[in-house]
Write a protein that binds this ligand. Sequence first.
Ligand code: AGP
Length: 585
Amino acid sequence: MCGIACLVGNKRAPEECYNALEKLEYRGYDSAGMALLTKEGIVIHKKQGRVENLKDFAFNSSSNIVISHTRWATHGEPNEINAHPHISQNKELALVHNGIIENYKELKEKLKEKGVNPVSQTDSEIALEIIAEEEGTVLQKVKNALKKLKGSYAFAIIDKKTKSIIGVRKNSPLYVAKTTKGIMLASDIICFNSLADEYHLVQENEIIQISKGKLKIFDENLKQVSISFTKMMDVGHIADKMGFEYFMEKEIREIPAVIKRIVSNYQDKKIIKEVVPFFNDIEKIVLIGCGTAYHACMYGAKLLSSVLNIDCNAYIASEYKYSKPIISEKTLGIFVSQSGETADTLGCINLFKEKGAKTLAVTNVLHSAIVNMCDGKLPVFAGAEIGVASTKAYVAQILVLYLLSKHLENPDYELIEELTLADKSKQVIKIDKEIVELIKASSKVFYIGRGYDSISSLEGALKLKEIAYISAEGYPAGELKHGTIALIEKGTPVIVFATEKKLFEKTMSACEEVCSRGAKVIVVCAKDTKIRDEFYKIELPSCENEELESILSIIPLQLLAFEVSKGLGYNPDKPRNLAKSVTVE
Ligand code: AGP
């Protein structure tokens, strides 16, 4: 889950790499560093914390050949020693890595026996020394060393001897492009935005070598092969907060525009018609994702099973992959991922492909691995989402799954109420200060609901946990009394989603149960719904179609988490221990 940006260009390469690295911070921000090839040899500069800590160095250094890295720590605490790049003990190579080397402990022992004592706690330094100890040219060293490494990697390596950068990858993304600044290697094509017209996704059996003005690609036998480029696509103005202090707020406030875009793009039915054949002659549907995307899968599974007469279930990718799943050619896998790069989700797609099952991606990033791997796609059109906490992308995912289910239920279904959803969503981008203060002062919060509302409860709680660091539990309202209600004390806030009309009375019973144990109840429901005076109310515009009301219901809760996080003095865009794109298992 780290970001890699490398350049062979003019003397300002450190500055250009810095600019690229800033765009990759969504992949991790525990530490940042760069390695420069200079007349004196390889110079390393690295710092704990954010990329901005490299700015002075990058803008005051010169080198034509630079590799740089922003880290989300896996092996080894996030300090300066463990920061990348690592330099080999013979000072000939420097390396940055995104991924995990699973057999690093065993390799470390072997290196120690040979007298090589790594200085960091990382798996990445071990990979570097394994490469460095191989015989031959740098290409031969890399080729031979890769056979010894288990796990996932995108490596970029400076080779002092050939004055070049080597790039390879396995299960981690790495792209290369000839840009106006030189030849660039990076974890995401956002680094090439407005600098290149085309890019190449490094293939898993390729080794890239970049030297001054030259880009060469070799196959696994080190035979030079030709390069196929893909046209650059618009990846949005990712660095622009549009006057907002935080991306997260900007992204929540963009939701009405996102809804409008989705409804208009899906209205002509062309996108959905392309995937309709995926639903022919299947026996079950499996929806897979992680975190927020998993919640969208739960939503999708419920929607699809309500319209198709077959088994539709949602699974957490990291659990599904190791659960001996039953997949046949008649199983359809739907993979939901904002980034399209989540390693656990990608791992599951491979299982489906092995069994000859059909695969469908529901994603926001159209150049991502998920789109490359799946047979079909449903774009969610949320636009670049930078805040680590997913907001507009979640609303977009569930809306797209909703539109899909409506079409599958009735191909002639005309969008009518859906056309009003964007305007209705504007009305819910607000939150009562009193509720914000109540949550800020609490050490635990419960979110409950039934049916679709129980999924919103999970998602609402996840938002609060990840950016405000308050213990929050999302729970089905009917299940509370079977144990969890024991945690309710005087003053504990309980946020109750109540958009499902047929379940309303039952949901209200849960409100009474927690209220009589001292809870402060906050009900998320339609404006005209009658609730007890002592309950707080988060009002939703009434929708005839209650699934649409439920889609709207998460928005004020996203804003609540944002306000609480900001109010407690945290940075909602960069929550501790997290990264936007989780590219390790
Ligand atoms: C959302 O707020 C989280 N940051 C996280 O759960 C995220 O949804 C998850 O990591 C999946 O990411 P993806 O959608 O890019 O696959």
